[in-house]
Design a protein around this ligand. Sequence first.
Ligand SMILES: [Cu+2]
Length: 120
Amino acid sequence: MKAAALALIVVALLSACGGSSGGNQPAGSTQVTMSEYKFAPSSLTVSHGKVIFWLVNSGNLAHDMAIQDSSNNRLATSDLVSAGDSKEFDVNDIPAGTYKIFCTQQGHEASGMKGTLTVT
Ligand SMILES: [Cu+2]
């Protein structure tokens, strides 16, 4: 009885977190679906400024998404998204340009898990 009540409280606290994991796609976000071993779409175009990606992992392995500029500087890396999970990935103040996106998990980029991000 006590454990059940505690479990309910934990569930309530988790759902009160604002849904940065799981839940629904945030308004104004760009959805990117991740699987073995690709991003869909692999070619993304967004406007400069604050960009919200909605990462949906439809695969069987955990994936993430990193953004790297043409000088190989990594601008941002998302949290790891578990198989079947979804996560919001916010990138602030991204300048216009062309970037590479890729998954940082071992071997995933080499297997084709990469793409292009164009910021206009
Ligand atoms: Cu991956």
